[in-house]
Design a protein around this ligand. Structure first.
Ligand code: BG6
Length: 471
């Protein structure tokens, strides 16, 4: 049977952003520094001692001051949901304080007021690559067990303050990315090359316990709150049909599956424990940790999807470009300007695999094309971008979401990444754009910060208005 023409009623349509990539105002109203404030070149360069003027994230796209205008643009597209993160260091400037910063909390009250006015359902990421810098410098981030308590205090503060207005919560953005980017993702100050596997996996364990702890607190405060994990999803294909390549691909996927397995099933899978043993890692897991993991599993699974990758055990490894996950090049796929393989069908594969494996509602909270855009004068005389490439990319991926829904997968919603242009995470550039809205800011920091609607803006509005029927 062919796929239904429409998405399910109540399907959440919208976009996603993260505090460190769009808010700016890095030192305003009591905000402390986060790891991002010392990452002017993203993950491609070492952190600096303190903030430096070439760090585009310090200003971002100035959402902190322009939130009302930006949210009005989202509303104009018909967004029914908006995913954003709260900057931990606005609420707890160092991360280890007893009491939160009221000015920081008040900012998100204002953002939520604006969303409410437009009838947009918020989805909040509690920690999105913006660990307070003091926790990185003085505790070595998540390697230190005390981070669990600090995070739980922060999460409790958010649930108590905003729980009546925010139903959907994500605990850690792309929690599995800490495997590859320990500083950005886990606030771990030890340089990646010097970090022991023992410390890395202990940090992962602490994050998993904190995620389950936050789920417990949310449900205690209000059982109606829905808490999800957030995984960087990459299907890995065997480079050849050789069973050894099939196994290599499976192992690469399991490195990511492990995070969902713990969040959904409440315990470490056997394959993961075996791999820890083979690395000589001995996790410190308390009885209470075990109970927390087992008893406070997630309500749903959310994930980002940009690309697939390949693995091989039998051929020379030609390292794939693309996002943090690595793998080897898939010779059958085209890639974006930044070398990310374009694979819409991979999204259907992931949706089916996750559903078959976990049986939890799924939420696609990031997807999109990061590419160069050129501002031109539109038919109405206003600046615009003719981004038919972005429309094709998103259209092709959404068609696969519709197919997966027809396959029987329960999908809650879709939030396109970087719905208003923002600073990219991995490379800290403005020129890598994802948005339906162009922001006039450039890699050298110049630009008016004016917003312009791209062609994809009206396309996405039609998609949402028709609940996907125009795809
Ligand atoms: C995800 C992150 O990894 O991918 C986002 O959650 C990020 O923060 C997005 O922006 C796209 O990556 P990039 O490096 O192109 O911004």
């Amino acid at each position: 049977p062919s796929a239904p023409e429409r998405f399910p009623d109540g399907f959440l349509w919208g976009g996603a952003l993260a505090a460190n990539q769009y808010e700016g105002a890095y030192d305003v109203a009591g905000k402390g520094l986060s790891v991002q404030d010392v990452m002017p070149r993203g993950v491609v360069g070492p952190p600096t001692e303190g903030p430096t003027p070439d760090n585009l994230k310090l200003v971002g796209t100035d959402f902190y001051h322009r939130y009302a205008e930006d949210i009005a643009l989202l509303a104009e597209m018909g967004f029914t949901t908006f995913r954003f993160s709260i900057a931990w260091s606005r609420i707890f400037p160092r991360g280890d304080e007893e009491r939160p910063n009221e000015d920081g909390l008040a900012f998100y009250d204002r953002v939520l007021d604006e969303l409410e006015r437009h009838g947009i359902e918020p989805v909040v990421t509690i920690s999105h690559y913006e660990t307070p810098l003091a926790l990185a410098r003085e505790y070595n981030g998540w390697t230190d067990r005390r981070l669990i308590g600090f995070y739980e205090r922060y999460a409790r503060t958010l649930f108590e303050r905003y729980g009546s207005r925010v139903r959907y919560w994500l605990t850690f953005n792309e929690i599995n990315s800490v495997l590859h980017e320990p500083f950005m993702s886990g606030g771990i100050a030890t340089p990646k090359e010097e970090l022991s596997e023992q410390d890395l996996y202990q940090a992962i364990h602490h994050e998993l316990v904190a995620s389950a702890g936050a789920t417990r607190i949310a449900h205690e405060i209000d059982p109606a709150l829905k808490v999800g994990c957030m995984i960087l999803a990459v299907p890995f294909y065997p480079l050849t049909p050789d069973p050894r390549d099939v196994w290599a691909a499976k192992q690469a996927e399991r490195a990511n599956y492990a995070f969902g397995d713990v969040h959904v099933r409440g315990r470490y899978p056997g394959y993961f424990l075996r791999s820890l043993a083979s690395k000589g890692v001995e996790l410190v897991v308390t009885e209470e940790d075990r109970r927390t993991l087992a008893e406070h599993t997630v309500d749903f699974v959310s994930f980002s999807y940009y690309m697939s990758s390949c693995e091989t055990a039998t051929r020379p490894r030609q390292p794939g470009g693309g996002n943090l996950m690595g793998g080897v090049v898939n010779p059958t796929l085209e890639v974006s300007d930044w070398g990310w393989a374009i694979d819409p069908l991979g999204l259907r594969t992931i949706l089916n695999d996750y559903w078959d494996r976990w049986g939890k509602p799924l939420f696609i909270v990031e997807n999109g094309l990061g590419t160069h855009d050129e501002l031109v004068t539109g038919a109405d005389g206003r600046p615009t971008v003719e981004d038919s490439y972005r429309i094709s990319y998103l259209n092709d991926h959404l068609v696969q979401v519709r197919e997966a829904i027809a396959d029987g997968v329960e999908v809650m919603g879709f939030t396109a990444w970087g719905c208003i242009d923002c600073v990219s995470a991995s490379t800290a550039q403005m020129s890598k754009r994802y948005g339906f809205v162009y922001v006039d800011r450039h890699d050298d920091g110049t630009g008016s910060l004016e917003r312009y609607r791209k062609q994809s803006f009206s396309w996405y509005r039609r998609v949402i208005a028709s609940n996907g029927a125009v795809l």
